[in-house]
Ligand binder design. Structure first.
Ligand SMILES: O=C(O)c1cccc(C(=O)CC[C@H]2O[C@@H](n3cnc4c(=O)[nH]cnc43)[C@H](O)[C@@H]2O)c1
Length: 238
């Protein structure tokens, strides 16, 4: 059976960019418990989950639970939107499909440096999307694949960017929702993907220079190529 797909974006502009890739049918809205608005388009359900991992995790979890209780469970969850790219690995305008979704700052600072929660005996800091699906998506789109970090604070200095790359050598991008969405998916026993279109370099803050329109266009173009793969993906190919 073809899995139902939930696509979580932080803000409506990102949702619109995803929806623009579906030329086939008109979206229709549904209201879930707690006032969560769900937009249904071309077989995909699109949900605005807010900025940051807490909001993203809570709203994604609510939508997954509501769907399961209604007897229409999802089979796949996608965190999508714009993000910062680590230069020169992920240039502005490029598209990144996460092969690992990692909480970059979930842990403790010690005299010997940062310690992730897993080394303190708690939880997880990384979720891994299905390898076969990541391979197929990069093959159809030319997207990059690597680690996407989830941060609660947008990186604003070259020093912080270098520190994150030193700690996570496979990191291509950072954003603020992926790990929250992934935690909700994992709690529901579902696979997760994260897709980011790079709007700005990770490094010294220059918000005026963010190329948001270019990144949103890249997201639309990328989703146009991803949608047929996601729509026909068989979870048993995991
Ligand atoms: O102002 C707009 O038109 C607009 C349109 C779409 C999105 C935005 C956002 O500001 C979304 C914030 C969202 O972006 C992610 N993001 C982007 N760059 C970074 C970064 O360098 N580090 C961390 N996160 C980044 C993040 O996921 C935010 O939720 C505005």
């Amino acid at each position: 059976m073809i899995p139902r797909v939930l696509v979580a974006t932080a803000v409506p502009a990102e949702q619109d960019a995803v929806a623009r890739s579906f030329t086939a049918d008109e979206p229709r809205g549904t209201r879930l418990a707690g006032g969560v608005a769900l937009r249904r388009s071309a077989g995909f359900d699109l949900l605005v989950v807010g900025v940051g991992p807490g909001s993203a995790g809570a709203r994604t979890g609510a939508a997954l639970t509501a769907a399961a209780l209604a007897g229409e469970p999802y089979g796949l969850v996608v965190s999508a939107g714009i993000g910062g790219g680590f230069p020169p690995h992920a240039p502005v305008g490029s598209l990144v499909v996460a092969d690992a979704i990692t909480a970059a700052d979930l842990g403790a600072e010690t005299a010997d440096g940062f310690v992730p929660v897993t080394e303190l005996g708690f939880g997880t800091v990384t979720h891994r999307p299905p390898e076969t699906l990541v391979r197929e998506l990069t093959a159809v789109s030319g997207a990059l694949s690597g680690t996407v970090l989830t941060v609660s604070t947008v990186t604003g200095t070259a020093e912080r960017a270098a520190l994150l790359r030193a700690r996570h050598p496979h990191a291509l991008a950072e954003a603020m929702e992926g790990f929250g969405v992934a935690e909700a998916a994992a709690a529901a026993g579902l696979p997760v993907l994260e897709i980011r279109a790079v709007s700005n370099p990770v490094g010294p803050r220059d918000r005026a220079a963010w190329r948001i329109a270019d990144a949103l266009a890249a997201l639309t173009e990328g989703f146009g190529k991803f949608a047929p793969v996601l729509g026909s993906w068989n979870p048993y190919d995991l």
